[in-house]
Design a binder for this molecule. Structure first.
Ligand code: FAD
Length: 582
């Protein structure tokens, strides 16, 4: 085995959405960072839908942006269709969504990583973690190279033990066309980490050359539109439209006739998939009464005829997929370019993690993204950023950053993952956030950018401009029509400040009420449970509560109170006991 002679601070394994943000965050903080990924040409590849944002996910992208991450800016560089979702509801849940050019998105991320100081990239596959005794010291790759580092962040997505299914055909793959990561999953299974299995799926893609677009409902891009990143100046581009149509009686008849041939219903797939993102065969079984289901045709890029068919995810055999396709009016002559498929993959129980995303049993190892049982680029990106940040804070002996449930959707997600675990792929919804009125897409920077400055994630050159922005929001809160002359910030930010001030005023009643709850929560989150604390020593505590506390090993009283099954009475007992213990 050959040992590379550079000692890194942080090694990130995997160049997907989590890996990119983890590596960028770590390098931005000055840590010597290495990103190892199987294929440099698939950096930030969108395995499924080429779109970023959406309900609750758009808010997460703005949170990444507010903490100095790249996802929002790259989305704007690659955007081909902008749409603000949920505009029929209150502004708290307005959610930006951007259809992207898949190739531009990848190229921009790769270039951003290449330009980043303190960050090196290498194409190889990590085979196993490298330990000296029980101490994690780095990784070993397929080529037999040993790379040394202080911490390792695993962001391996759907690649661990990935198996692809199309009807009765199945074969190994991390994603169609990519090899799975089988050595690493086998080595993880040899540790005492709880390795579990999920499945997800994707629809077919078509060549739009022979599609009759005249029969669809056209959905043009928003005009005017809001860029995804607050750092993107308003711009002009020839955006593309999406198209809406529906399945027919014929589609449903084909699905029913072939149900036993679907990998999902033949018993070939045993792992659980996301309930909220069902395959088209699932929809027919579970919503049998519905005469049709919507289908969205979404362009994959400016320089391609390929369209993604949202709503048509399937693991039917190829012949059935072709039959299904031409059963939809307008698609009678459409040709399949890529078949839909389902994929089963391994992930690690997120209850193995602290809220810093560090693995409890292996100090110095962090997990982020789909490896934690989540699904979605945005969820992955946000976890990557937090793992990268906390890894460097640990190396530097500094306090970790744990975002509260009242501060960010990212905080809600991580809190849910580490306290409740997952029994299906976890995606973010606005309903998961009890303080969603406070967690809006328009105010992500007001919630998070100061944390970005404090930790070094956000460049200090931006500070003056941001301070002026905050001042503008305050001015507009007292008088929404006030004039504000911007000195250090661009003129478009004045109108963003006005909008945020107006929304804040609209929710001020709710705000005060939620703030009180949130303050109580924050108080409980400040009460630290000492390391090595034995819950069974708490007099009168229920055995079930004690077992749950032992399993999760919460770091604060607030976190303990959110573990399902731990009763409020037991939390009281715990609080008294900790007080005495200190
Ligand atoms: P990924 O984007 O999967 O990236 C993982 C990276 O790690 C890859 O670059 C891989 O090459 C690399 N890697 C893996 N193992 C190693 C190793 N040992 N050494 C070096 N590099 C390694 N999300 C949704 O929100 N909605 C959907 O409908 C949806 N459908 C999906 C359908 C399919 C078929 C697939 C495959 C994914 C789907 N997703 C969907 C999930 C979405 O793609 C992921 O949530 C997202 O990509 C996760 O990001 P990640 O960074 O965790 O992993």
């Amino acid at each position: 085995m050959y040992t590379y002679d550079i000692q890194y601070d942080v090694i990130v394994v995997g160049g997907g959405h989590a890996g990119c943000e983890a590596a960028l965050a770590s390098a931005r903080l000055g840590a010597k960072t290495l990103l190892i990924t199987q294929n440099l040409d698939t950096i930030a590849q969108m395995s499924c839908n080429p779109s970023i944002g959406g309900v609750a996910k758009g808010q997460i992208v703005r949170e990444i942006d507010a903490l100095g991450g790249a996802m929002g800016k790259i989305t704007d560089a690659a955007g081909l269709h902008y749409h603000m979702l949920n505009t029929g509801k209150g502004p708290a849940v307005h959610s930006p969504r951007v259809q992207c050019d898949k190739k531009i998105y990848q190229a921009e991320y790769k270039h951003t990583l290449e330009k980043q100081p303190n960050l090196e990239l290498i194409q190889d596959e990590v085979k196993e973690l490298y330990f000296e005794g029980s101490v994690l010291k780095g990784v070993v790759t397929l080529r037999g190279t040993k790379y040394l580092s202080k911490v390792v962040i695993l962001t391996t997505g759907t690649f661990l033990g990935g198996v692809i299914h199309i009807g009765g055909v199945s074969f190994p793959g991390g994603r169609y066309g990519d090899t799975p990561s089988n050595f690493l999953t086998e080595s993880l299974k040899k540790t005492d980490l709880n390795v579990l299995r999920f499945k997800t799926g994707t629809p077919m893609r078509i060549n739009a050359k022979d599609v009759d677009f005249s029969v669809f409902r056209e959905q043009p891009s928003d005009n005017p539109f809001e860029p995804m990143s607050i750092f993107t100046a308003p711009f002009e581009r020839n955006f593309l439209s999406c198209y809406i149509t529906r399945t027919t009686e014929k589609t449903h008849e084909i699905l029913k006739r072939n149900m036993k041939r679907s990998a999902l219903y033949s018993g070939q797939i045993t792992a659980l998939g996301p309930r909220y993102c069902p395959s088209v065969e699932d929809k027919i079984v579970k919503f049998d009464q519905a005469p049709s289901h919507p289908i969205f045709l979404e362009p994959e890029g400016f320089n391609t005829q390929e369209y993604y068919i949202q709503g048509f995810s399937t693991s039917m055999p190829e012949d059935v997929q072709r039959e299904l396709l031409i059963s939809v009016p307008g698609l009678e002559k459409a040709k399949l370019t890529r078949a839909g498929y389902a994929i089963e993959y391994d992930f690690v129980d997120p209850m193995e993690l602290y809220a810093t995303l560090e693995v409890k049993k292996i100090p110095g190892l962090y997990h982020a993204g789909q490896i934690n049982g989540t699904t979605g680029y945005e969820e992955a990106g946000a976890q990557g950023l937090i793992a990268g940040l906390n890894a460097v804070l640990k190396i530097n002996g500094k306090e970790p950053v744990i975002l509260g449930r009242d501060t960010a959707y990212t905080g809600v997600m991580i809190d849910d993952l580490v306290n409740k675990g997952v029994n299906e792929p976890y995606r973010m919804f606005t309903s998961r956030a009890e303080y969603r009125i406070m967690l809006r897409s328009d105010n992500a920077d007001l919630r998070l950018t100061d944390i970005g400055f404090k930790t070094g994630l956000v460049a200090k050159e931006y500070k003056q401009s941001f301070e002026e922005y905050k001042k503008a929001v305050e001015v507009f809160k007292s008088n929404p029509k006030a004039e504000f002359e911007a000195v250090n910030m661009p003129a478009w930010r004045v109108e963003s400040a006005r909008k945020t001030a107006v929304i804040d005023a609209m929710y001020s009643g709710y705000y005060d009420r939620f703030k009180k709850d949130a303050e109580k929560l924050a108080q409980a989150d400040k009460i630290i449970i000492p390391e090595g604390f034995d819950p069974s020593a708490v007099k009168g505590i229920l055995i079930e509560s004690s077992q749950k506390l032992k399993k999760v090993r919460p770091q604060t009283l607030g976190q303990a109170s959110r573990i399902p099954g731990v009763t409020p009475a037991d939390i009281q007992l715990l609080a008294v006991h900790i007080e005495r213990y200190r």
